[in-house]
Write a protein that binds this ligand. Structure first.
Ligand SMILES: C[S@@+](CC[C@H](N)C(=O)[O-])C[C@H]1O[C@@H](n2cnc3c(N)ncnc32)[C@H](O)[C@@H]1O
Length: 429
């Protein structure tokens, strides 16, 4: 049976153990809600040593990393390992996961593991904004799904996760999926760029390998990093370096970029890296310029892909799509993302969604009061430690869970990962 998804240009793939089919569909404009900028988190512990403060703000995972599991779900063709895999499986383990959405397919490692772990699954939806990742994930999903009976229906979609609601609505209408009529039981987001994207110099994400200044994750992004560097006003360039890169030297760099582009427009990453090397104080050495370059690249990537607005919109939509009792798990890789996840989770569990601007003051007060309502878990899932209970849900991770030292040793790229999980209440308190 063919599937029609209204509102999308991108092809929808429906996979089941019986059938695999594509259908390209018509496009209409999708609503792109304006997101408010995430508020700056107060630094309350300025005087404490940095390492101590970092350890306190997070909970290093106490889950024993299963290297066999990691090896099993890695993609052997590419140097990619799923991050916090055991913790993600644990987060969804207690649920009867009849429906599950992976918003960031990547190489489909997390997806494959979750599907295999939940035999009760009847509906799986995976999406990625990157056509290369989407193509890579297809055979892997097909492989795990083909070993299951016709009970499990699987769909993959080349799409931005901010459009999750439209995608699920379209699937529900087309295939008459009663299983998602009251929402999906599990949603997972693994943010950031994948190893495949970073390691492919043609994509322009790598500081160390020369490539075009592109950085678009998917074809929907209209601007490339070169477009921003060559055409944006000076103060806008400064703003993204400061706000998205958290680069302290942003004023100097903004001036250098604007001066350099007047002589020769930017077209490759090497040009930008050379400018950063020259602008970074010699005393800071290689680590100094690499760190600055990483922050500048992060700023450009976030701006090109509108990452922060998309994330906030997506979190509200995901909560909206969750079934009562369903869980949303998010892995973030830098403090800007994590701040948005943390703040939006608080809004969601306390206010059920975005705050009405008129009520902002009163609700903010209410939210802050509820935040202090933290309880130590008394049921079986003691690995979650502290929780935050709100009117509409519970944050199961008051502090984010970070990889164990063993996982960090095995996969150094996971070291900045943070996992936060929330559960929607069956009925508001
Ligand atoms: C860290 S990788 C995910 C890896 C994946 N969990 C796995 O097991 O292989 C992040 C993926 O998210 C995708 N992505 C980033 N932003 C997205 C968005 N707004 N919508 C959909 N996919 C997105 C990227 O293209 C990338 O493939």
């Amino acid at each position: 049976m063919a599937i029609t998804v209204r509102h999308f240009v991108s092809p929808l793939l429906s996979l089941s153990s019986k059938a695999l089919r594509w259908k390209t569909t018509t496009a209409t404009a999708l609503k792109n809600c304006k997101a408010s900028a995430a508020g700056k988190e107060k630094s309350r512990s300025k005087s404490k040593p940095k390492a101590l403060v970092l350890e306190k703000r997070r909970t290093r995972s106490g889950v024993e990393v299963d290297l066999g599991l990691l090896r099993r779900y890695r993609d052997t063709n590419i140097p990619h390992l799923p991050v916090l895999l055991c913790e993600v499986l644990r987060a969804f383990q207690p649920l009867a996961l009849r429906s599950f959405v992976d918003c960031t397919l990547g190489a489909a490692s997390h997806s494959s593991a979750v599907i295999e772990e939940h035999e009760e699954m009847e509906l799986y939806v995976g999406m990625d904004v990157d056509p290369v990742a989407h193509q890579l994930a297809l055979p892997r999903i097909q492989n795990v799904v083909s070993s299951r009976g016709p009970k499990l229906k699987a769909y993959t979609q080349l799409a931005n996760f901010k459009d999750i609601k439209c995608i699920l609505d379209a699937i529900a209408i087309e295939d008459d999926h009663l299983v998602i009529s009251s929402g999906v039981e599990g949603i997972f987001i693994d943010l950031g760029v994948s190893s495949m994207q970073v390691d492919c110099s043609e994509r322009g994400f790598s500081v160390l390998n020369n490539g075009p200044l592109d950085m678009r994750m998917g074809p929907q992004a209209s601007l490339s990093a070169a477009d921003i560097l060559n055409s944006w006003p000076e103060d806008e360039i400064g703003r993204i370096l400061r706000d998205y890169g958290e680069e302290s030297n942003w004023v100097h760099l903004q001036k250098q970029i604007v001066g350099a582009r007047a002589n020769r427009p930017f077209h490759c990453t090497k040009q930008l890296v050379k400018l950063i090397q020259k602008s970074t104080s010699l005393t800071r050495g290689r680590q100094g310029w690499i760190k600055t370059a990483t922050r500048v690249f992060q700023a450009l990537r976030i701006a090109v892909n509108n990452e922060l607005e998309n994330l906030e919109d997506a979190l509200y939509s995901c909560f909206n799509c969750l079934a009562p009792g369903g869980r949303l798990a998010v892995i973030s890789f830098h403090s800007l993302e994590d701040r948005i996840v943390k703040q939006t989770f608080l809004n969601l569990v306390n206010c059920g969604g975005r705050q009405n601007p008129d009520q902002h003051e009163a609700d903010n007060h209410l939210c802050k009061e509820n935040i202090s309502e933290v309880e130590v878990s008394e049921d079986g899932e003691t690995w979650f430690k502290d929780r935050v209970h709100g009117k509409y849900g519970t944050i199961l991770t008051k502090r984010p869970i970070t990889p164990s030292l063993k996982e960090e040793t095995f996969n150094p790229r996971c070291r900045s990962a943070k996992l936060r999980v929330l559960q929607k209440l069956s009925t508001p308190r």
